[in-house]
Design a protein around this ligand. Structure first.
Ligand SMILES: CC(C)(COP(=O)(O)OP(=O)(O)OC[C@H]1O[C@@H](n2cnc3c(N)ncnc32)[C@H](O)[C@@H]1O)[C@@H](O)C(=O)NCCC(=O)NCCS
Ligand SMILES: Nc1ncnc2c1ncn2[C@@H]1O[C@H](COP(=O)(O)OP(=O)(O)OP(=O)(O)O)[C@@H](O)[C@H]1O
Length: 241
């Protein structure tokens, strides 16, 4: 099964792209949704959040006050790291189960929509990285319009992630979402066709004979790490940072 890591900057359009991919019958596992599920009342992650940030980050009904916690963690990197250390392991476990479910159902392609795919190092473990791009200015405008947030708050969220120009360097595919949603739909047609070609036919073999799947996954991971380290040394010799 081809596991595609879909990422981008905040509000560059990952969810919009994910919805279009679902319309093409590709299964999408959304890390933002999982990150909400793992902090539902009664979960160990929510208990750890309360122990770390205090009961003030809860609403009267016992659910997480996301706006309050967001205001804390997007203003302070150390606090954000503490939150990430609680939530990310639970999200990773849930994603792994999601991938296994896709494989079990015989999916040929499975898409992981993960905002922090590059920052968290998960990009190394997927078969292909797709980055949804738009310029930082468009990103900021869309973020402010969607969340009704002030420019400084939106900028603080943008600053909590690697700049989009750096994420693009990790991409096997770039989806340019600077234009209209109609333009995007056209690009997604081509993108899905490329993914289907890349997934090929060997997924059937992997499903019927799991050791083949494990071997080809190990080969792919090894090849990606060699290709990436070569790219890294080329960048050093050409003086790029
Ligand atoms: C801080 C929280 C409570 C704010 O909730 P809120 O509803 O306002 O935002 P939401 O979860 O919808 O996230 C919106 C976007 O913010 C960005 N974002 C979220 N968390 C982070 C983070 N820790 N670091 C950088 N960017 C982040 C992502 O691009 C995400 O798509 C929430 O984002 C959270 O629990 N974050 C930690 C978990 C996490 O890293 N989630 C991202 C996917 S794993
Ligand atoms: N091509 C487009 N033209 C105009 N608006 C768009 C376009 N693509 C997405 N948007 C809007 O921009 C906002 C951000 O898009 P979306 O929610 O898909 O981004 P995201 O990358 O998933 O965000 P997050 O990182 O917060 O999860 C939404 O309000 C969406 O409707």
């Amino acid at each position: 099964m081809l596991v595609v890591g879909l990422t981008g900057g905040i509000a560059t359009g990952k969810s919009t792209v994910s919805n279009l991919l679902r319309e093409h019958s590709l299964p999408v596992i959304d890390a933002d949704i999982l990150a909400r599920q793992v902090v539902q009342p009664g979960t160990p992650a929510l208990a750890q959040i309360v122990a770390t940030f205090g009961a003030d980050v809860l609403q009267a009904d016992g659910t997480l006050d996301r706006a309050k916690l967001g205001a804390i963690v997007f203003a302070d990197e150390a606090q954000r790291r503490r939150l990430n250390a609680i939530v990310h392991p639970a999200v990773r476990r849930a994603m792994l189960w999601g991938v296994l479910r896709c494989w079990w159902r015989g999916a040929r392609i499975c898409v992981l929509d993960v905002p922090l795919l590059i920052e968290g190092g998960l990009w190394k473990f997927v078969g292909a990285v797709a980055v949804v791009y738009c310029s930082p200015e468009i990103q900021l405008q869309r973020l402010m319009a969607r969340d009704g947030s002030a420019r400084e708050d939106a900028q603080a969220r943008l600053n909590a992630q690697l700049p989009i120009s750096e994420k693009v360097e990790y991409a096997d595919y770039v989806v340019d979402n600077s234009g209209s949603v109609q333009d995007l739909k056209g690009q997604i047609e081509g993108f899905v066709a490329k993914l289907r070609r890349r997934a090929g036919w060997s997924w059937r073999l992997s499903w019927l004979f799991p050791p083949w799947g494990l071997l080809s996954a190990a080969w792919m991971l090894g090849w990606r790490s060699v290709a990436w380290s070569r790219r890294g040394s080329n960048r050093k010799t050409t003086g790029r940072t």
